[in-house]
Ligand binder design. Structure first.
Ligand SMILES: Nc1nc2c(ncn2[C@@H]2O[C@H](COP(=O)(O)OP(=O)(O)OP(=O)(O)O)[C@@H](O)[C@H]2O)c(=O)[nH]1
Ligand SMILES: [Mg+2]
Length: 366
């Protein structure tokens, strides 16, 4: 880390010097007012002394920078004074991100927006720390709209390392799992329609949902409309037989029964019924109308089977979209699709980090 002291007549002047010498990634470690003595002790001038630092490593996404800085805290540093100042700065940032009251107005408004979107406290603190750093390094005079734009960029950065986009078409089996009534069957029908109509693949359905009488009929209706076969499986033997029978098909869509996710036995039953091998792409379907803490419990329950991506449904039924951001950041799993209505095959879009950022910030960007 390169650390340097700057003395200027005003904060904007100091920021200009810092940007020119250390670049836009520089962070302010400390600032104070100093008095420069004039002739014979007269005409003392007020100046601003700013200590700034920059990490000479190549550009790292800001969210990752925060994580790296946390790691650095444990490493011994030679300069005791610098270490003290960094700790003071961290304490200030922590205080700001937890109190909120001390934020400059545009950041305070952003914090309120994140709370309204039901972003969890730790995810919110992570974004607010990054925004606060950007606020000071950019001259501390950005507007609310500019800070919102930064938030959009930071969300895209934070999600950029996760896997996004629809079916890979690399796996023969596509499987949807999740709690009751989230839209698994409807979403599977939308995905199958896309596969048959747009991608001209030879598709088939398997259902292991034999708990509700109407469940088989529901999928049968979609199979009829799409003119694809449907096999009903009651156990792993049935599943293996269906697999053989449908061997000549390109993609097989598997519907599963929604059960109370609190019952761990349900997820174990799924393992008994479906052969989760490397040919299978499994999506955990979550409704945005659910509480995000419940979503987390659902994920924990389902994590004994390999979950490739999330599908977020019922986006049209809520204006709070923070839950999906919380889930993706905390579980380290991206999203395949978002669904926004009951119409098959229309109400589905492929998920992207930009789309998530658009929904959370309200900033429209492609
Ligand atoms: N508003 C809205 N409704 C949806 C969406 N997706 C599904 N639904 C509706 O949600 C209800 C349940 O959908 P299903 O597809 O049967 O849900 P499921 O997860 O298969 O349900 P179980 O098999 O009983 O666990 C139906 O009325 C669907 O039309 C969506 O994106 N938005
Ligand atoms: Mg269903």
């Amino acid at each position: 880390m390169k650390v340097k002291k700057f003395v200027a007549s005003s904060m904007p002047e100091a920021m200009k010097m810092i940007r020119a010498e250390l670049g836009n990634d520089a962070v302010i470690l400390n600032s104070k007012v100093v008095h420069k003595k004039g002739f014979l002790g007269l005409f003392a001038r007020k100046n601003i002394e700013v200590i700034a630092a920059v990490d000479p490593k190549p550009a790292t996404p800001p969210v990752q920078k925060i994580k790296e800085k946390r790691k650095e805290r444990t490493e011994p540093m030679r300069d005791e004074q610098l270490l003290k100042e960094i700790h003071e700065l961290k304490a200030t940032i922590h205080q700001l991100s937890h109190g909120g009251e001390l934020y400059p107005t545009p950041l305070k408004m952003i914090d309120g927006h994140l709370i309204d979107q039901e972003i969890s406290d730790d995810v919110r603190a992570m974004f607010m720390s990054t925004l606060l750093q950007r606020w000071y390094t950019s001259g501390a005079n950005a507007s609310y709209e500019e800070v919102k734009q930064w938030l959009h960029e930071e969300i895209v950065h934070a999600l950029s390392s996760l896997s996004f986009g629809g079916m890979s078409f690399q796996k023969k089996f596509v499987n949807v799992v999740g709690p009751t009534g989230v839209g698994k069957t409807t979403t599977l029908a939308k995905m199958a329609a896309d596969c048959v109509i747009k991608h001209r693949k030879k598709a088939a359905f398997i259902t292991t949902d034999t708990y509700r009488i109407a469940a088989i009929d529901q999928l049968k209706t979609y199979a009829k409309i799409l003119n694809v076969p449907l096999e009903v499986c009651y156990n792993l033997d049935d599943f293996r037989q269906a697999k053989e029978k449908l061997a000549s098909y390109d993609i097989i869509f598997i519907d599963t029964a929604g059960r109370n996710f609190r019952n761990a036995q349900y997820v174990n039953d799924l393992k008994e019924m479906i052969d989760f091998n490397e040919e299978m792409e499994t999506f955990l379907v979550l409704s945005l109308t659910a509480k995000w803490r419940d979503m987390k419990d659902i994920y924990t329950q389902f994590s004994i089977i390999p979950i490739h991506k999330f599908i977020f449904t019922k986006v049209d039924e809520t204006s709070r979209h923070g839950a999906m951001l919380n889930m993706m950041i905390q579980c380290g799993i991206g999203a395949a699709y978002m669904t926004h209505g009951q119409n098959v095959p229309d109400d589905i879009v492929e998920a992207t980090p930009q789309l998530v950022a658009n929904m959370v910030t309200g900033v429209e960007q492609r």
